[in-house]
Ligand binder design. Structure first.
Ligand SMILES: [Zn+2]
Length: 86
């Protein structure tokens, strides 16, 4: 995994405010077919990313079991997923 930081500074522009992410740090996403290099997302894209992450965490939590029961495994998985772009 590269040492590239996965988050950027808080943006807080009008679009970020509109999508409820005015206090969230921007998130780095990998290069794709449309954008040739990795970039920081904000606003609508950041809101969608955070929602997807939340849903993934919820699914993971369900799969892992109740909080604390396997605390160490849970931390490992959550940390790993946090470093992977969804
Ligand atoms: Zn913004």
């Amino acid at each position: 995994m590269s040492a590239m930081r996965m988050t950027g500074p808080v943006c807080g522009c009008a679009e970020c405010v509109e999508h409820g992410v005015a206090n969230e740090p921007q998130r780095r996403v990998p290069a794709d077919a449309h954008f040739g290099k990795s970039r920081l997302i904000h606003g609508r894209e950041l809101a969608a990313w955070l929602k997807a992450k939340e849903q993934t965490f919820a699914q993971l939590r369900q799969a892992i079991g109740p909080r604390g029961r396997r605390g160490q495994m849970e931390r490992l998985v959550v940390n790993l997923v946090d470093e992977v772009s969804l």
